[in-house]
Design a protein around this ligand. Structure first.
Ligand SMILES: [Cu+2]
Length: 367
């Protein structure tokens, strides 16, 4: 009965939409016509038939066009570093830890033979890790060397409102060539991230993200032997051009990266048998990734940076990491061997549709 009712509702909706005034344009090139007037870039007169070639869509709304353009900047040079997410050095003045970040475009290798044009913090994807202790005074001086405005949002960190990094709300965008200084007290302890909040759909997808880890004031009594942060994201590379991957027809990703690398270029985590491992998953792309660990069940010890009380912890072998989320998981490596960690949306373990690749890495447990 329920099914019949659902069918009736869908049928009615279809009939009504067919009668809508702007539903009349025929499909283009055999592709379904998605210009139903509800899409943000929908127009009335131009053909907005879906096409497989990103960047070639006709846009009525110039404000929406930014997402279709290839990522570009004048005179982009290959990155000088090969590994992202590395701890950022700081200087200390009057009890304040001072970090310096420059936003710039580089050519970033996500695997052998595949370079993306990336927007970065200090030339790496992810940008450098800011690692501080709860209660620290933190100052971050940001110089914008991108061709576009930008801002930094401290995702999950409890910053003063004026430091929240939302353009047009809490601050003016940092224009190309300008410098902006963020300052806040590091709290609470946990796994966080910082990322652009200006045209975030493009700039974050293009690489403007990095981890910020706030260690507890009281050092952990029994820290894990291995503690690895993994930022998960996606890319669209076509004909040598880089586009911001989107959950939108024609803009879906064809590469998937852990810390800016696709398997087999992802890092291998080596651990001794019997050691405890902490992985800090950070979802920074625009897709959900159910991360699955072979060999060992794991415990979710923190969600979005906040510790999960002992009695409430789930023991799992797969955890779905949605955009913006963090999960800290821990397991004991009880068996030797090469154990695989991978996304269980299996298309996400391919590189441009070729398996194996993407969101996969090896955990090498040795005697
Ligand atoms: Cu996935």
């Amino acid at each position: 009965m329920k099914r019949i009712l659902v069918f009736a509702v869908i049928s009615l909706a279809l009939i009504l939409s067919a009668c809508a005034p702007n539903a009349g344009t025929p499909p283009v090139d055999g592709m379904p016509n998605n210009n139903n007037g509800n899409m943000p870039m929908g127009g009335n007169n131009q053909s907005v038939g879906m096409t497989a070639t990103p960047g070639s869509m006709m846009m009525d709304n110039p404000e929406a066009a930014h997402m279709m353009e290839p990522i570009s900047a004048p005179n982009v040079q290959p990155a000088t570093e090969t590994k992202g997410g590395q701890p950022l050095a700081y200087r200390e003045e009057n009890g304040v830890k001072i970090f310096e970040i420059t936003t710039k475009a580089v050519l970033w290798s996500i695997m052998d033979g595949v370079n993306v044009t990336a927007y970065t913090y200090n030339g790496t994807v992810p940008g450098p890790m800011i690692r501080v202790t709860e209660g620290d005074q933190v100052r971050v001086i940001v110089k914008n060397e991108l061709p576009d405005p930008t801002t930094i949002h401290w995702h999950g960190v409890e910053v003063p409102n004026a430091m929240d990094g939302v353009p047009g709300v809490t601050q003016d965008p940092i224009l190309p060539g300008e410098t902006f200084t963020y300052e806040f007290t590091a709290k609470p302890a946990g796994t966080f991230m910082y990322h652009s909040h200006f045209e975030g759909d493009v700039q974050v997808s293009a690489g403007l993200y990095a981890p910020i880890i706030i260690d507890p004031k009281e050092p952990e009594a029994n820290p894990p032997a291995v503690d690895v942060t993994l930022m998960i994201s996606e890319w669209l590379v076509r004909n040598g051009q880089t586009f911001a991957a989107m959950p939108m027809s024609g803009m879906e990703p064809n590469y998937f990266t852990l810390n800016g690398k696709s398997f087999p270029a992802t890092e291998t985590i080596t651990v001794k048998k019997g050691e405890r491992v902490r992985l800090r998953f950070i979802g920074i792309g625009q897709f959900i990734h159910p991360m699955h660990l072979h060999g060992f069940p794991f415990e979710i010890v923190a969600t979005d940076g906040h510790p999960v009380p002992q009695g409430a912890r789930l023991i799992k072998d797969t955890v779905s990491v949605a955009p913006g989320e963090r999960y800290d998981i821990e397991f004991v490596a009880t068996e030797t061997g090469q154990w695989v960690l991978h996304c269980h949306i299996l298309h996400h373990t391919t590189n441009d549709n070729v398996e194996p690749g993407g969101l996969m890495l090896m955990i090498n447990v040795v005697e």
